[in-house]
Design a protein. Structure first.
Length: 439
C-alpha cells in the first residue's frame, strides 16, 4: 500500500505549507470572541482545533471532506451496486480528500487483512479482566496493550527526525485499524458466546469480517455494519473521543495510547454510551407500560414521567446540531427499505413523532431532535445483535476511521502539544462583575 501512502503525502504536503504559512503570516489575527458562557459551558462553539476529516454544521449536519451522508451513499464504492458503502472508502476519503476508486478501496481492505494479526498477550489481557466488567473496559485495555506493537514509538526512541513522524504514525494507524475488528469480536464472543471464537476471514471486507467474527455471516448483518461503520466514523474534532485522541497525540504519544484514551471518553454516558442508554430506556418504558406497542399517548406520558424525575430522554438532543441528525435519517431510510416489521423500530419511529414537541415545549432544550443513538440500537437489535452493553464497542471500532486519519494529518502538519490556559472561577467573576467576593 505504499502508493496510498505516497498519494497521501503528496496531497497533504500542500496543506502542510498552508498550515505553516497561515500560522506565520496570520497568527495574530483574531477570529472569534469568547464569552464567559462558552468557557463555563464546556467551551462549546469556540474554534480551537483543526480537523480536516469532517465538519459539523448545526443546521446541516455532518459532512465528510465536504460530502453529505446521502452523497457518500451514492458515490463511495460498494461491493454491489445496491449495497452500502465500504468503510475503507470513507477512510481513504478522509485521508486523501477525494472519492476513491473501487480498486483502491479493495486494496486497502486486503492490506488491512494482512495487518490484522493480534498478539497473544492482547487476548491474555482481555481474558484477565472479569466478565462482569464493561465491554469498553476490555476494549480500551486491549488497545492500550497493543502499544507494544507501535512503529511510531520505536522510531521516536531511535531518534527519527520530526518531519518523518507522520510516516511512522501512518503505519501505527493502519495496523491499529486493521486489528480492531478482531479485538472487538473476541470480546463479543467471550462475553456472549462462551468464548467460542471465530478466526478472521481475510477474503472479507473490514466490516464484513467484523460481522463474520461476531458470528453473523448473513449478507444483511454485513450490510448493516458497513452502514454503521460509515455513519459513526467521525463527527468533527471537538467531540470528546476525537478531541481526546488529538490531545493525547499532541504529546507525541503513539496511536494506541491516543486511541485508547479516546475510547475512555467515548464510554461516557454523554457520548458513545448513549446508544446503550437509548435501548435501556426503551425496554424500561415497555416494561413500565406493560406493552411492546405503546400508543403515542402512552409514550408521551412516559416521556413526561422521565422529565419530571429529572432525567433526560436519551437519543434526543445534541451539543451542536439543531436539526434531526442526518445519521438518524439514514438509518430510518435503511429500516424503511429492509425491515418489514419490528416492534422496537416501530417504537423508535413513534418516538420521533412524539418526543420533539414535548421536549421543545419545556423551553429548556435547545435541540429537541433525535441524534444517531435514537435509532442505531433498534437496528442492531433487529438483526440479532441484542447485547446492547456491547454497542459502544461497535461505535469505537467505527470512530477509529476518522480520528486516526486526522492523527496522521496532525503529525504531518507538525501540530504542537495542546496547552490552553485556565483560570480559577474568581477570574471569570472578576471579568464579569469586577469583583471576586464570594469565591
Amino acid at each position: 500500500m505504499e502508493y496510498i501512502k505516497n498519494r497521501f503525502f503528496q496531497k497533504a504536503s500542500n496543506c502542510v505549507s498552508e498550515y505553516q504559512r497561515i500560522r506565520k503570516e496570520h497568527g495574530d489575527k483574531v477570529i472569534a470572541q469568547v464569552t464567559i458562557d462558552q468557557v463555563l459551558s464546556g467551551q462549546k462553539g469556540i474554534p480551537a482545533l483543526v480537523c480536516d476529516t469532517s465538519n459539523l454544521d448545526a443546521n446541516e449536519g455532518i459532512r465528510f471532506r465536504g460530502y453529505s451522508l446521502p452523497e457518500l451513499r451514492q458515490k463511495l464504492p460498494k461491493l454491489t451496486p445496491e449495497g452500502e458503502p465500504l468503510p475503507e472508502g470513507l477512510f481513504l476519503l478522509m485521508l486523501l480528500g477525494e472519492i476513491p476508486e473501487k480498486d483502491d478501496v479493495m486494496n486497502i481492505s486486503r492490506d488491512w487483512a494482512t495487518r490484522a494479526h493480534v498478539p497473544q498477550h492482547v487476548f491474555d489481557v482481555i481474558d484477565a479482566i472479569p466478565k462482569t466488567a464493561r465491554p469498553m473496559t476490555m476494549f480500551s485495555s486491549a488497545i492500550l496493550s497493543m502499544a507494544t506493537e507501535s512503529v511510531f514509538q520505536k522510531a521516536y526512541r531511535a531518534g527519527v527526525h520530526k518531519k518523518f513522524y507522520w510516516d511512522f504514525m501512518y503505519e501505527d494507524v493502519m495496523n491499529l485499524i486493521a486489528k480492531l475488528p478482531r479485538v472487538a469480536a473476541y470480546i463479543y464472543r467471550r462475553l456472549y458466546h462462551n468464548g467460542h471464537h471465530i478466526e478472521p476471514n481475510p477474503n472479507l471486507d473490514w466490516a464484513g469480517n467484523l460481522a463474520y467474527m461476531m458470528g453473523f455471516d448473513s449478507l444483511e448483518v454485513k450490510r448493516l455494519l458497513r452502514l454503521y461503520m460509515v455513519i459513526h466514523a467521525d463527527h468533527e474534532g471537538g467531540n470528546v473521543s476525537a478531541h481526546t485522541v488529538h490531545l493525547v497525540g499532541s504529546a507525541l504519544s503513539n496511536a494506541y495510547y491516543a486511541f485508547s484514551a479516546g475510547m475512555n471518553g467515548l464510554a461516557g454516558p454523554l457520548h458513545g454510551f448513549a446508544n446503550q442508554e437509548v435501548i435501556h430506556w426503551m425496554f424500561e418504558m415497555i416494561e413500565n407500560l406493560g406493552t411492546e406497542e405503546p400508543t403515542d399517548e402512552q409514550i408521551a406520558g412516559y416521556i413526561d414521567k422521565t422529565l419530571r424525575e429529572g432525567r433526560v430522554v436519551p437519543g434526543y438532543g445534541h451539543a451542536v446540531l439543531r436539526i434531526t441528525d442526518p445519521r438518524f435519517t439514514v438509518q430510518q431510510e435503511f429500516a424503511d427499505k429492509y425491515v418489514k416489521s419490528d416492534k422496537l423500530i416501530n417504537l423508535a419511529n413513534a418516538m420521533y413523532r412524539v418526543a420533539p414537541p414535548i421536549l421543545e415545549a419545556t423551553g429548556k432544550i435547545k435541540n429537541p431532535w433525535p441524534n444517531v443513538d435514537a435509532y442505531s440500537g433498534a437496528l442492531l437489535h433487529h438483526y440479532g445483535i441484542k447485547e446492547y452493553n456491547f454497542y459502544t464497542v461497535l461505535f469505537g471500532v467505527s470512530r477509529s476511521l476518522g480520528v486516526l486519519a486526522q492523527l496522521v494529518l496532525d503529525r504531518l502538519y507538525g501540530m504542537p502539544i495542546e496547552r490552553p490556559s485556565s483560570h480559577p472561577l474568581s477570574y471569570y467573576k472578576f471579568k464579569a462583575e469586577g469583583n471576586t467576593e464570594g469565591c
